[in-house]
Ligand binder design. Sequence first.
Ligand SMILES: C[S@@+](CC[C@H](N)C(=O)[O-])C[C@H]1O[C@@H](n2cnc3c(N)ncnc32)[C@H](O)[C@@H]1O
Length: 176
Amino acid sequence: MQNQTPARKRDDARIGLALYQPDIALNVGAVLRLGACLGVPVHVIEPCGFAFSPAAWRRSAMDYADLTEICRHDSWDAFQAERADGRLVALTTKGAGALWDFAFAPGDTLLIGRESAGLPNGVHQAADARVVIPMQPGARSLNMAMAAAIAVAEAGRQLGASAAAGQDDAVGVHPG
Ligand SMILES: C[S@@+](CC[C@H](N)C(=O)[O-])C[C@H]1O[C@@H](n2cnc3c(N)ncnc32)[C@H](O)[C@@H]1O
């Protein structure tokens, strides 16, 4: 597949995004576009709720899909084995601490749960950190692509990176 998982880079210092078993192709498309625009690699952990194929991601992300570094993993276990070193930071509505208080580090991968069920307990616990984007009382959750965008923007802000792709002097978030 085009943009398939690149050779494993143990020392990848970029911020990454990982989508855990996403249900909705349009949401994945929005995240792929985010990855293309901000230079963030996107990991997709199967099984998805739809056939995750180049045709599907081009339908949802248009030509942005070709600009995104897409890493597809067959399962959670495969993702854990194949991903680069660095912390796994779970975005969760059951987060231990607010996103705004969390100190990001180069190489962090931001893990986003599935639309229908979030992250299962085992995955939640396997993460190195868990953070919540504070919401208004009574609000259940953000759209997953929105949560991804907010978290990537905060990580880039903290790490001193211009989120714009093509800025080679960016620290932490690099063009893919
Ligand atoms: C639609 S939400 C999942 C809702 C699911 N029913 C649940 O209880 O977790 C999809 C994903 O977006 C992210 N997300 C949504 N709102 C969030 C928030 N306020 N803080 C952190 N992550 C959030 C999480 O990764 C979540 O698993």
